[in-house]
Write a protein that binds this ligand. Structure first.
Ligand SMILES: [Zn+2]
Length: 348
């Protein structure tokens, strides 16, 4: 019976005690490690949570007044909020910064305040801010440029045109903007007849040779005959989307047969047979398909200045606000319209 018990002097007892200690230490280490990892994760969560919550208006007021952060840091934070679309927070920060006494950067802050209102779509407030800047500092081209954009978005094109004069005085390059705004005045004048609009747009185009897409989109829609007579064929690429959609009955065959680009374009569309191939890949494919495949052209508009891509034609880029900077990218797509027409015809 005694053989089942180990005496404490027995070497086997020491070995068992050793392994018991090793087990206890390993067990404690394991649970201590898990406890620390859990504690660290909870702490990290708590730490990160404060970045998810936006300070309230009252908190911003107190923080700006206390001066815990430098003005530069507040400006960076306001810009970050504005870039993230949190315009309200950005505006609150600028408002509190402008309340600080003896602020040497008030003009710059006021400008940023105005641009944030503009981005947020508060056009009337943006206008008030830029006019306030210009009242004290009339020679501020950045504020004048934004005031022009505000008027333009408010569809007050005449006031936008009035802003061009001081910009010209400050030697700012307003060439393309000048003709763009003049064209927009004509296009949005409800008292002008379409015949007068066509005449005025042709005058603007002949004087500046800019904003081709904006002007010829209207001309080809209202009076294709005059549009063809006025059109400068060296600018075909700038209006390829408009040319592609002109009705077959409105095509000017004399002009088309004299120009290589137009011959290839309308052969690719299937109206004529005046080209065997083209250096433009999309035209070449369509010419070789000879209307046997269900394919057509699709157009995208890329800003030359900022590379912003838009599915719609634009006179002024929505991102960088440059004028007449649209570049047309052509691609081949399935012609859903042709499918639809064929399906409809099959029921007849
Ligand atoms: Zn752009």
């Amino acid at each position: 019976m005694n053989s089942f018990f180990i005496e404490y002097r027995d070497p086997l007892f020491s070995v068992i005690i050793f392994f018991v200690f090793v087990f206890i230490i390993t067990f404690i280490s394991y649970w201590w490690g898990r406890y620390r990892a859990d504690r660290d994760i909870k702490h990290l969560d708590k730490f990160l949570k404060q970045f998810h919550t936006i300070p309230s208006s009252d908190e911003i007021k107190v923080l700006v007044k206390n001066g815990d952060l430098s003005e530069k840091s507040w400006l960076i934070l306001a810009k970050a909020y504005s870039d993230a679309g949190e315009y309200e927070k950005s505006i609150e920060i600028y408002t509190e910064l402008l309340k600080l006494e003896d602020n040497k950067n008030s003009k710059q802050i006021l400008f940023l305040f105005g641009t944030t209102y503009f981005k947020a779509g508060f056009l009337q407030r943006a206008k008030t801010v830029f006019l306030e800047i210009l009242k004290k500092n009339p020679r501020t081209p950045e504020a004048l440029q934004y005031l022009l954009l505000v008027y333009e978005q408010m569809r007050d094109y005449q006031s936008a045109c009035d802003v061009l004069a001081p910009l010209k005085e400050l030697k700012e390059d307003v060439g393309t903007q000048d003709s763009y705004i003049k064209a927009m005045i004509v296009l949005n004048d409800s008292k002008l007849s379409s015949v007068d609009k066509v005449k005025s747009l042709i005058d603007i185009y002949n004087a500046t040779n800019t904003n081709t897409h904006l002007i010829f989109e209207y001309l080809f829609k209202i009076d294709p005959k005059i549009a063809w007579q006025t059109f400068d064929v060296s600018k075909c690429e700038e209006v390829v989307d408009i040319l592609w959609l002109i009705d077959t009955k409105d095509l000017d065959l004399d002009i088309i047969t004299r120009n290589n680009y137009l011959r290839e374009l309308y052969t690719a569309r299937g109206d004529l047979n005046l080209a065997k191939s083209s250096d433009i890949f999309e035209f070449d494919i369509l010419i070789n398909l000879n209307s046997k495949a269900n394919a057509t052209l699709s157009f995208e508009y890329v800003c030359d200045n900022c590379k912003q891509v838009s599915p719609f034609a634009f006179g002024r880029c929505m991102k960088c606000h440059s004028v007449d900077s649209s570049n047309i990218e052509i691609s081949l797509v399935k012609d859903y319209h042709r499918n639809f027409s064929e399906e409809n015809n099959s029921f007849q």
